[in-house]
Design a protein around this ligand. Structure first.
Ligand code: NAP
Length: 254
């Protein structure tokens, strides 16, 4: 049995685990950072919590005798992705990064490209606007510097403690979100601007399509660059990579 470690926290990681769980030649574990209080159920055993940087992860790969590492974390989770690439190199474990491709703007989209969340807050502008914020709850601190706006903040778990802002409405909800429901939400709250990552995939696309339909601006913090490592864009590609890596290792007698 080949031992596979998936770094997860995404829809793709869950789908990959579901597919690999059906295989009798693999022993698969999925790793989560532990950011959400009630993570979705996975088809394979799950371990939770950080490894202690690239060194810690390299040690884990060696101690657990992992045969292949698949980084299926969120495309904006750049610390773990860099650590994964470095750890795999150090431990000489075959490695691939499965990251869904970014969305591409189409006619009608009004996207504003910014470097990060701080720049996104600046880009909202000096005058009070109704802002829909769809970012992780750990990335919200910069909004405290712009208290003139009225915020609608959606996150999987409650924002605790709440931000020191006078005008803020919190919603807790887990995707996928449809265009119709996000359009209704944005209309009800008279949203004038959306702050969203360019996550890619379909689960979070509702607000992007809704913003287009409503003619609303989307301020998008840029994707961090991916580490220099083999990459796959789909679950199928990652499985093809895995089969190839395991066959090559077997041929080399590793
Ligand atoms: N960033 C996003 O926009 C976003 C969106 C949706 C879901 N997520 C998911 O949330 C998790 C954390 O994201 P992040 O942005 O905080 O990551 P990050 O900044 O890249 O990682 C910070 C630290 O969290 C630990 N960590 C991250 N992902 C892990 C995993 N899958 N298993 C074990 N430890 C992990 C690592 O700790 P050590 O150094 O101690 O190993 C890492 O150094 C990831 O699983 C990601 O897929 C992130």
């Amino acid at each position: 049995m080949a031992k596979i470690l998936i770094l997860g926290g995404t829809t793709e990681a869950r789908q990959l685990a579901e597919r690999l769980a059906q295989r009798t030649d693999l022993e698969v574990t999925l790793s989560l950072a532990g950011r959400t209080t009630s993570p979705v159920v996975h088809a394979v055993p799950v371990r939770v919590g950080g490894f202690g940087g690239a060194e810690g992860l390299a040690g884990h790969l060696a101690v657990e005798r992992i045969d292949a590492l698949i980084d299926a974390t969120h495309p904006y989770a750049n610390v773990i992705s860099a650590n994964a690439a470095a750890a795999a190199r150090k431990a000489a474990v075959p490695f691939v990064a499965l990251h869904r491709p970014p969305w591409k703007a189409v006619a009608g989209d009004r996207w504003v490209d910014v470097s990060d969340t701080r720049a996104a807050v600046q880009a909202i502008g000096p005058h009070s606007r109704n802002v829909f914020v769809a970012l992780g709850r750990n990335e919200l601190a910069p909004f405290s510097t712009a208290p003139q706006h009225h915020y609608l903040i959606r996150s999987v778990d409650p924002v605790d403690p709440p931000l020191p802002l006078a005008h803020v409405t919190y919603i807790t909800a887990r995707g996928p979100f449809s265009e119709a429901s996000d359009r209704a939400l944005m209309t009800t709250h008279r949203i004038e601007v959306v702050i969203s990552k360019n996550s890619g995939g379909s689960a979070a696309y509702g607000k992007i399509a809704a913003a287009r339909a409503l003619g609303i601006e989307v301020i998008m913090p840029r994707r961090p660059p991916a580490p220099d490592a083999p990459a796959a864009e789909t679950v199928d590609d990652a499985i093809a990579w895995l089969d190839h890596a395991l066959t090559s290792a077997a041929a080399r007698g590793v």
